[in-house]
Ligand binder design. Structure first.
Ligand SMILES: Cc1cc2nc3c(=O)[nH]c(=O)nc-3n(C[C@H](O)[C@H](O)[C@H](O)COP(=O)(O)OP(=O)(O)OC[C@H]3O[C@@H](n4cnc5c(N)ncnc54)[C@H](O)[C@@H]3O)c2cc1C
Length: 457
């Protein structure tokens, strides 16, 4: 049996930096990966989708050439080259992670499926490894719901999408949340007819209603069909394609397309990990139960990233690494509960979000002020010809601290960090009004918007 100071299972966003941290501290570490290095973000998530978003954006702008003073007679999309560009970005990142780990002294890289044998041993291939500290970073995968007909039709997930090298004539996307909406706009801009089928009454149902509505309008303006309240979704093979039954309140009861993507949530990769052998507890959905410093119920075993259910983003997984590493190596007692919710939806224009939604603020009973401002009045947006969306900010009326914000508009994914950083300092929002901002930017409007704060209606 081989002994290590630490074993890490999975090379997602937390595992590799943690392995490097152990190694640089002179500790021996084994890191195990069963598939591609870098995990979801690099291979089937952020990197490939944002590469596709960039291709789709360039094509979209080319089609709008006349608005900017140039003419492109015929914008033709070469889907194979779009895919090749995406593949190159993923491959470079994945190889980079692998080479980094393999080149790290004290770090042993093992390819294979890891499975607990006990609370301090892990089996992989024909070996059994032992360590006092074990870190689980196994991520998740697309959920395939038990909907009628799902086993009778070909369907795509975010993973199999990566191999698609044809342009669907009519692409049906089941699920109107972050993953589904990004693919919807990408493929619409690449040239597909696109229909989004969402069970709920609105897109991205966790956001405020005006945010959902703003996103809905942006997508609909590009010709994307949106079918809401699709309460009984079923799938059936039909003439070389797939019929998706909807029983919507409004519109035809089914829609027939050439390809179907299921984008209805994610499940953790924990069922084949032998958690029971180690005595590690998980919840009903399979997420590993952890405390505020990411330790499981078994001393010496931690769970980081999507598999612990405390985040579903690359930055939450990386932040998990920082929390674990700072607790272990720097005696800095960081906690999950210290972090402020933040994420972006990468449609164009993007949605940047931080902190509470307006609905959450209202529900909390905090005496609050809010301001909302259309992007059409932001000069930088007008100059760019990208005026869709709005900015909304909520602050605590007493402490003057920012409670949350949504920036749906050009640069929203970047500008949101101005507010997020101020939130981390716990400073009053008035500090934003003291800065001399660069002109012309979207950020320079934040002080102007904050000057319009009013009590909730
Ligand atoms: C389409 C899509 C787009 C996304 N876009 C964004 C975005 O723009 N921004 C963002 O912040 N997030 C985005 N996400 C979410 C983000 O990709 C994930 O939150 C993030 O990758 C989670 O990282 P992780 O460290 O938890 O694990 P993962 O990256 O999922 O890695 C887990 C690794 O563990 C390995 N593994 C699993 N089980 C075992 C085992 N038993 N033995 C050995 N190895 C194992 C897996 O093969 C995998 O490599 C997106 C997700 C999707 C699906």
């Amino acid at each position: 049996m081989k002994h290590f100071d630490a074993i890490i299972i999975g090379t997602g966003q937390a595992g590799p930096p943690l392995a490097a941290r152990f190694a640089s501290a002179g500790k021996t570490v084994a890191i195990i990966e069963r598939s591609k290095f870098g995990g979801t973000c690099v291979n089937t998530g952020c990197t490939p989708t944002k590469t596709l978003v960039a291709s789709a954006y360039a094509i979209h702008v080319a089609r709008r050439g006349s608005e900017y003073g140039f003419v492109v007679d015929d914008v033709r999309v070469d889907i194979k080259r779009v895919k090749a560009r995406k593949d190159a970005a993923s491959t470079t990142s994945s190889k980079g992670v692998e080479e980094w780990l393999r080149g790290t002294t004290n770090c042993t890289v093992i390819q294979g499926q890891a499975r607990f044998q006990s609370s301090n041993t892990v089996a992989v291939n024909d070996e059994v490894l032992q360590a006092d500290k074990i870190y689980i970073n196994v991520g998740g995968r697309a959920r395939v719901p038990e909907m009628p007909g799902v086993n009778d039709v070909p369907f795509l997930t975010n993973s199999s999408m990566m191999d698609l090298d044809v342009l669907p004539a009519h692409f049906i996307i089941v699920g109107g949340s972050y993953v589904g909406l990004e693919f919807a706009q990408i493929y619409r801009r690449l040239g597909s007819e696109v229909t989004i089928v969402e069970m709920g009454p609105r897109l991205i149902g966790r956001e405020d209603e005006d945010v959902s509505q703003g996103v809905h309008e942006i997508l609909e303006a590009e010709g994307i069909n949106i079918r809401l309240n699709a309460k009984c979704i079923s799938l059936e093979k039909r003439d070389g394609g797939v019929a998706v039954g909807l029983t919507c309140e409004v519109g035809p009861p089914e829609v027939v397309g050439t390809h179907v993507l299921l984008a209805v949530g994610r499940i953790p990769n924990t069922s084949d990990l032998g958690l029971d052998q180690a005595g590690v507890a998980s919840d009903q959905r399979g997420h590993i139960t952890v405390d505020d410093q990411l330790q499981t119920n078994v001393p010496g075993i931690w769970a980081l990233g999507d598999c612990n259910g405390h985040g579903a983003f690359t930055h939450t997984s990386y932040n998990d690494y920082e929390i674990v590493a700072d607790n272990l190596f720097n005696a800095d007692h960081r906690r999950v509960s210290d972090r402020i919710q933040a994420y972006a939806l990468y449609i164009d224009p993007p949605l940047g979000r931080c902190g509470m939604t307006e609905a959450e603020v209202r529900k909390s009973g905090i005496r609050a002020l809010a301001a909302k401002y259309p992007m059409s009045q932001v000069s930088r947006a007008s100059e760019k010809g990208e005026t869709q969306g709005f900015v909304k900010i909520c602050v605590d009326a007493e402490t003057k601290q920012i409670l949350g914000a949504a920036i749906l508009g050009v640069g929203g994914d970047e500008v949101i960090h101005v507010l997020l950083d101020v939130m981390y300092t716990k400073a009053p929002y008035t500090v934003v009004q003291r800065a001399m901002n660069i002109h012309p930017t979207v950020a320079e409007f934040l002080p102007i918007i904050l000057a319009k704060l009013e009590p909730f209606a």
